[in-house]
Structure formats: C-alpha cells, structure tokens
Design a protein around this ligand. Sequence first.
Ligand SMILES: C[S@@+](CC[C@H](N)C(=O)[O-])C[C@H]1O[C@@H](n2cnc3c(N)ncnc32)[C@H](O)[C@@H]1O
Length: 192
Amino acid sequence: MSIPLQFLHHPRRTGAITASSAALARRLTEPLALHSARTVVELGPGTGAVTGAIRARMHPDARLIAVELNPVLAQAVRERFAGPDVDVHTASAADLVDLVDGPVDAVVSGLPWAAMRADERTAALDAVTAVLRPDGAFTTFAYIHAAWSPPARRLAADLRARFAEVHRSPVVWTNTPPAFVHHAVNPKAGRP
Ligand SMILES: C[S@@+](CC[C@H](N)C(=O)[O-])C[C@H]1O[C@@H](n2cnc3c(N)ncnc32)[C@H](O)[C@@H]1O
C-alpha cells in the first residue's frame, strides 16, 4: 500500500502521485503551536507522511484526530500510529463536525483541493472553521506549478473569506512536485 498505488486506483480522490516530503511536513507543522495544543486534526493523512511530524510536535497529553476517506489508507495510518493519542476515522473531511467533541486548536490538511469539486471544497473548509477555536490555525499545501490555476485561486479566495489572516510560505523545492503552504489563522465568525 502506497500513495502511488492508491493514485492508480483513485486518481481524483488521492490527488498526488507521491507522499509529501519531510521538508513539506515540517512547513505544514512548524507555524502551528502544536506543543500547547490539546486537540489537533489532520485531514487526508494518506500514508502518514505528515502525521508523524504532527505527532512529534504534539504535547504528550494532546489528541490527534485523523480523517481519511480511503479505507485502505485509513487502516494503514491506524496501524502505523496506533496509540491512545491518535484516532483515525474513515470519513470525509466534510463530516469533521461529527467527529470531534470540542474545540480544535489546529487543523493540518493534505486534501487534494485541486481535484475536489467546489461543493466538496467548501464543505470541508466550512467544517474546518466550524470546529476551530477562535484563535485556532489551519495549514494546507498547494503545488507551485498550479498556483495560478482556477482551482488554486478559488482555494486562496475561500481561505481569505474564512480567516482573518492567510500567510504563504516560501516554496518547498524538496517536495515532488515543489509546493508551498497556506497558513490561515483566526477563523472569521459569520463566515460565508
Ligand atoms: C494528496 S494525498 C495527501 C496525503 C498525505 N497527507 C501527504 O501529504 O502525503 C490526499 C489524501 O486525502 C484523502 N482525501 C481525499 N478527499 C478526502 C476527503 N474528502 N476527506 C478526507 N480525506 C480525503 C485521499 O484519500 C488522500 O489520502
């Protein structure tokens, strides 16, 4: 089981032919105050390339809730990160509100935004802002070669509509393909 194999089976849903690099996982996690977080969510963990980086930065008493649509990948992450601090749900990101039992400090997403339908994208983003604390933060990545494509621009606009601040990281050239991270903070109340 691997991301390339799952890409062959489910290209649109998987959205990437390789897992994120360690450098991209670091960029996704370092802007978040994971050491002081109590509840962290990861959307689309895939094979767990970013999960390990999140877990390494988390407080020992914190809990990670991972939400993966593909049951094969969800089971792989469940086995790889078995422990009382990690809950893996085989579910859609859009159902996140039903999977958490309190406010969330940080959400890290590996969702394949460019391959998702508009209604899937907005449902997932609405779920993220619904569960985040008012001072919570969200990170997600986008590929640099597609940064000016309509789906990437729609994602950037959706983030600006939902968060008070959205920052963009330098390009992570040691990822295939090179990517950058959106870091969004302070979800807006009364968002669209
Ligand atoms: C591009 S891969 C990223 C995997 C991993 N996070 C990484 O960075 O290597 C996208 C992952 O999101 C999952 N996914 C796609 N749509 C989803 C959804 N609506 N809810 C939860 N997971 C989803 C896919 O099954 C896949 O594992």
